[in-house]
Design a binder for this molecule. Structure first.
Ligand code: MSP
Length: 565
């Protein structure tokens, strides 16, 4: 294939020297370590990508937002009142050719079109308990101002020049692609068509005058930024970025002529060009932080899907460096949801609608499945049957039964918290010893998984404890302990099981907030005792205060209604 991508600099500005004030963190510095010291002004700044309004929300979008939400919730749990400020941003990406065309097809003004879909994303996040603190839309005035200011800053710092650009343009991905990123296919109709190899979307050849960003000048800075092994998680995505940086970076076209893309933000002092939608979109992270009067910067974590890794792992840090701003501390990149092994797409008609799922499985049911099954490093397959089976087995049966067993009036007629007999604890069965050890280890292990965004592993640890507790009850057969002399043993069994339920309830708060709170309410754990520190050193004297002695058990809470399979 011939190489038709040509970039010629017309601006004639000398390549600027980069004056760098941002200081990369040493390799060992990851979030958990940075925060381990006692610090009264702890903050947390996490972002999701902003979502395109040209399509209806689906479970893949929700997955991006859920990862950020679970992490944000965990910070509250862990740092209690020590967390002074958090910023959790999400929103919608509303400019560009795709939106312009979709609105035109519907015969409505682009803003009207955007208002409707942006609200749908907001409604979905509210329905799924995504506790964002900031919602940003790229059509807002504060964002337009931030984008203008940002663009002018990089112009003033000498990183922009005007150039003639030719290349394959992919409207769906809103990106120029090089020859190696496209291939020719023959459609069923016999017509030949070039498509993006990565996304499969059609591309078309374009030549235009553009403003160009000197991305090529940041190659070494980017390599340096990516030296930190904690910078991008999981490791395979960090490696992918490092590999891309082995080839020479090309400068990036950062504007579009208005006669082609009219729905966008103008280049400052040029009425004929709009700013490239990806530059516009990326600046949303600065908008929410108050740019140009930044209150928090940089973000601690930015969550994104694997399809937008290049934008966040190369273009974004380089743009920030050009503006003399610190790049993000960490990127969390996740893989995608497929349906029956296929990519979700409107044309195939296999989009999984999150609203229908919330109706069928409840918001916590959907949250549980997505976080339990969603492994960031590899794609995951959605199947309705699998959802129902998993939720029935783990939430309705294992966890629901455990709660019912330890609160049942038949075993505990007084409905009070029984006490733990130390002698019993010392002479426990193998099943009991195993449970005690697992519960002891849970906080450290789950904390580690939460800190590393491995929510699926955190749930795995929690469920292992639940299974072990059910096994313990099964082996000890408390229903056979009927005599007065059996009472001490019975009380101890119930106490251990109740403590386990308390630990599990607190540990599940970031994953299934409604269900976990229901669980904790049903055993009377007060609001002020729902923090991480309350599950450390379980079964110790000091921990007795977390189970209120005046609380009457036995409200017979139905934790999760079984689904029809
Ligand atoms: N608007 C851009 C992002 C700009 S951020 C400055 C965009 N929007 S998107 O709506 O297409 O995608 C938003 C997020 O949803 C991305 O993280 C993307 O990876 C994620 N997902 C889209 N489809 C997905 C799946 N099938 N599965 C999981 N996540 C998916 O890109």
């Amino acid at each position: 294939m011939f190489n038709r991508v040509a970039v010629s600099g017309l601006g004639g500005i000398l390549r600027p020297t980069i004056h760098r004030t941002w200081k990369p963190l040493p390799c060992s510095v990851c979030l958990a370590k940075r925060w381990s010291s006692v610090c009264s002004e702890r903050k947390y700044f996490i972002t999701t990508p902003i979502f395109y309004v040209n399509a209806q929300p689906h479970i893949g979008h929700l997955h991006s937002a859920l990862l950020a939400d679970a992490s944000h919730r965990f910070q509250f749990l862990k740092y209690k009142n020590g967390l002074k400020k958090t910023l959790f941003s999400t929103g919608t990406d509303e400019h560009g050719l795709k939106v312009q065309q979709s609105a035109a097809n519907k015969g409505v003004h682009p803003l009207e079109f955007c208002n409707e879909i942006s609200q749908k994303f907001r409604n979905l996040f509210d329905a799924a308990n995504i506790g964002y603190t900031h919602y940003v839309r790229t059509v807002e005035e504060r964002h337009v101002n931030a984008v203008h200011h940002f663009f002018q800053t990089i112009v003033d710092r000498g990183h922009i020049y005007q150039g003639a650009y030719s290349g394959w343009y992919c409207i769906s991905d809103e990106a120029y692609l090089t020859d190696v990123q496209v291939k020719e296919i023959t459609l069923q109709s016999g017509i030949k068509q070039f498509i993006s190899i990565e996304s499969g979307h059609p591309v078309e050849w374009n030549s235009e005058e553009n403003y160009m960003f000197r991305l090529s000048g940041f190659q070494e800075d980017l390599k340096y930024w990516l030296k930190d092994d904690c910078r991008v998680q999981p490791k395979r995505f960090l490696e992918e970025l490092r590999k891309w940086l082995e080839d020479d970076l090309k400068d990036l076209s950062v504007s579009r002529p208005k006669d082609r893309v009219s729905w966008g933000i103008s280049v400052p002092n040029d009425e004929n060009h709009n700013i490239y939608v990806w530059v516009d979109a990326l600046v949303n992270y600065l908008t929410v932080a108050g740019f140009p009067n930044l209150t928090s910067w940089p973000p601690d974590v930015q969550v994104l899907g694997k399809d937008i890794l290049r934008f966040h792992g190369i273009y974004w840090p380089a743009l920030l460096m050009a503006a003399d701003l610190e790049p993000p501390n960490k990127l969390l990149c996740h893989s995608h949801w497929t349906v029956d092994g296929q990519k979700m797409s409107k044309s195939i008609g296999n989009i999984v609608c999150p609203y229908n799922c919330i109706e069928a499985y409840s918001s916590d049911g959907l949250r549980y499945f997505l976080l339990r099954e969603g492994t960031p490093h590899s794609d995951n397959n959605w199947s309705d049957v699998r959802v129902a089976r998993l939720l029935n087995a783990e939430l309705a049966n294992s966890l629901g039964n455990l709660l019912n067993r330890c609160t049942a009036p038949s075993l505990n007629p007084s409905q009070e918290f029984p006490s733990l007999n130390l002698q019993y604890l010392q002479n426990m069965s193998a099943a009991g010893k195993e449970l005690i050890e697992l519960v002891h280890n849970l906080p450290k292990e789950v904390e580690n998984h939460y800190d590393n965004f491995n929510f699926y592993r955190a749930v795995d640890v929690i469920m292992t404890v639940v299974h072990s507790a059910n096994n313990f009850v099964q082996e000890e057969k408390p229903w056979e302990l009927k005599t007065l002399t059996d009472r001490t043993k019975l009380d101890s069994i119930l106490r251990i099981t109740l403590e386990t339920v308390r630990v599990v309830g607190i540990a599940l708060l970031p994953i299934t907030p409604i269900l976990a709170n229901k669980l904790l309410n049903s055993i009377g754990v007060m609001q002020q005792n729902r923090y991480w520190e309350c599950i450390e050193n379980v079964f110790s004297k000091a921990n007795e205060k977390y189970l209120s002695s005046s609380f009457k058990l036995g409200s017979r809470t139905k934790l999760f209604t079984k689904l029809k399979v």
